[in-house]
Design a protein around this ligand. Structure first.
Ligand SMILES: [Zn+2]
Length: 226
């Protein structure tokens, strides 16, 4: 997961909210729906908010509500369903395939209405996510571990998620080595810092780069302690 910062809501969504007292997500017209998809796709650099796979085009974005629209508690609030800041752009998590098994679904398609603790809009919860060298996602925090491993099924093998993450990390390490050449440890640290800034300051997010960011943070904090 990477940190997602929502911008201002699309104008068409604002207009719809103001035009109808009973406005709700279920009745949302096509235009604001399309604008929400496009804006989230741009803000998230075309990546799924949960699994970080590439979403090819804005029309392929599934609109996810971080707080379920129909929670088990039955506390439905129509205005909340149109709160742009509560929306996430996610992939279809294999749900398009007919007869797909539950264990092969990911992200929102696997989550359903289960509440989450981990939140892609909150840096503190993202920092609690860890990755193994094999590309598996996990956490020391029990609730977040349940979120990523079980509720969102982010180690789904049918989607090759661990393998994809592992390969992205291998590729990133390879590139960092190439950038360093045979030079000193200080050069290595400077390169790590440069690559880290690319992600954090320039927001050059690429599919599954969460594992690389996490690895860089570990390397840099380790070296600062020394
Ligand atoms: Zn996804």
């Amino acid at each position: 997961m990477i940190l997602i910062r929502r911008g201002k809501e699309p104008k068409s969504l604002l207009q719809y909210r103001k035009s109808d007292q009973e406005a709700c997500y279920e009745e949302l017209p096509p235009k604001p729906r399309e604008d929400i998809r496009r804006q989230m796709w741009e803000e998230q650099k075309g990546l799924c908010a949960y699994c970080m796979c590439k979403i090819k085009a804005p029309e392929d974005v599934r609109i996810e509500h971080y707080s379920a629209r129909n929670p088990k508690s039955g506390m439905y609030n129509a205005a909340n369903t149109l709160d742009y800041k509560g929306m996430l752009g996610v992939c279809y998590g294999n749900s398009f395939y007919p007869g797909v098994k539950e264990e092969d679904k990911t992200c929102d398609a696997h989550r359903g209405n289960t509440p989450l603790t981990v939140d892609p809009r909150d840096i503190h919860s993202i920092r609690k996510i860890h990755y193994t060298a094999d590309g598996y996602i996990t956490s020391d925090d029990k609730k977040i571990r349940t979120d990523v491993e079980k509720t969102l099924n982010l180690n789904c093998k049918a989607s090759s998620l661990p393998e994809n993450r592992k390969n992205v990390l291998i590729q990133a390490k390879h590139e960092i080595r190439k950038m360093c050449g045979d030079r000193s440890h200080d050069t290595y640290l400077a390169v790590l810092e440069k690559v880290y800034k690319r992600y954090i300051e320039q927001k050059l997010f690429t599919p599954y780069c969460g594992i690389v960011i996490s690895w860089l943070e570990k390397q840099l904090s380790k070296n600062q302690i020394k």
